[in-house]
Design a protein around this ligand. Sequence first.
Ligand code: GDP
Ligand code: IMO
Ligand code: MG
Length: 433
Amino acid sequence: MPGIILIGAQWGDEGKGKATDLIGTKVDYVARFNGGNNAGHTVVVGNESYALHLLPSGIINPHVTPVIGNGVVVDPEVLFQEIEGLESRGVDCSKLLVSSEAHVIAPYHRTLDKVTERFLGKHKIGTTGRGIGPAYADKINRVGIRIHDLFNAEHLRNKVEASLHQKNQMLVKLYNRREIDIDETVEDLLKYGEKLKPYVANTSLVLNQALDAGKTVLFEGGQATMLDIDHGTYPFVTSSNPTAGGACTGTGVGPTKISRVIGVVKAYTTRVGEGPFPTELFDESGEWLRQQGHEFGVTTGRPRRCGWFDAVVARYATQVNGLTDFVLTKLDVLTGLDSIPVCVAYDVTTTDGQTQRVSEMPVDQSEFTSATPVYEQMPGWKEDISTVHSFDELPQATQNYVHRLEEISGCRISAIGTGPQRDHIIEVHSLTD
Ligand code: GDP
Ligand code: IMO
Ligand code: MG
């Protein structure tokens, strides 16, 4: 009956797509539970590279049933573009199941995302501009549109009217933009309703029945712990719960069905968008990591901000997600360095102006924003590790680096990524047994 949750342990782009693909060979269902097409998950199979935004990465494995859970926000236009793109490359998407309760990203959510970011000016979040925040805001404000609303014209019109009533006033009076046409919006959404029908299901029931029948379900998170609306670096976060708890609310599966919680963590750190990032590098080392690691966004193409591994963040991720395992990715990227700094604590300035050394995540955001990393230096290695398939064959310095990360992050490392390909992986402990 194993339910396995897989989440990002840092600020996203840790390699969740690749880790999902790895575990996907041994599971029956892969369910996305949060976010939408703000995600960009890469799966590389031979010469083919797939960038998944909304669809679960498990869709690349033919025996997997891919599921979009109720906690996801679905842009139907993007969904069909993605399905068509994959099918034209020979990937079968016919088994996809979409929750009838998932909320819809309508074109006006995308408009509002861009307009509000512009309006925020220097306070902007640096969102992906995909309408994620406005769609979740409507969900919480109880004026959202759900997938099953797209099947009934009259019902949908009422909902769109209720949702646009206030937004149109804001667009015209505050943002000096044109009003959004209700009829056009309804017509557009209804068209997608028809196309969506074959995929729509009671996904909570499907997943629970599957788990009860002894099948394995992998819950694939979008975004990451530090982008969580509750546990991340608020307000520089996304609008959903990418942490482990989100897998339950975002699919309608209870926590007693979960047996593993896997955190994907990079051997260094990256972040896209605005917000605090204590180990960020502004010198040539940051540029070196960006080039070595090809750190450019899958969704927006933005260069990712780069920095050293932050064990305070990793420990925090272990704690808030109840992690049982880490998948450590991109270890190969660090090859060639003489020595590798690892952040083990922060020096923070408290509200009364004192400097204090802390080894746990500060609850006060201003302390986190002012945090200066305290580094420990680990010896580097020069050998190519991309062809190594067992832990014991790794250079001693690489083994020591992994062991040290394990020690200071509070959770065992069960797999190690040594390159982007499927077989660029060292499995130290099984992730599914
Ligand atoms: P996700 O959003 O967490 O799925 O991660 P992304 O796909 O946005 O970014 C991770 C990038 O790193 C992708 O280009 C992957 O192909 C690549 N990648 C994943 N694991 C490894 C690894 O172990 N080594 C290297 N060099 N690249 C990796
Ligand atoms: P994956 O799943 C990295 C960031 C955006 C921005 C903030 C809010 O590929 O790891 P949003 O559009 O969600 O309202 O933007 O969150 N962000 C991500 N950063 N990886 C992602 O997804 C992200 N999804 C959102 O850059 O800072
Ligand atoms: Mg990504």
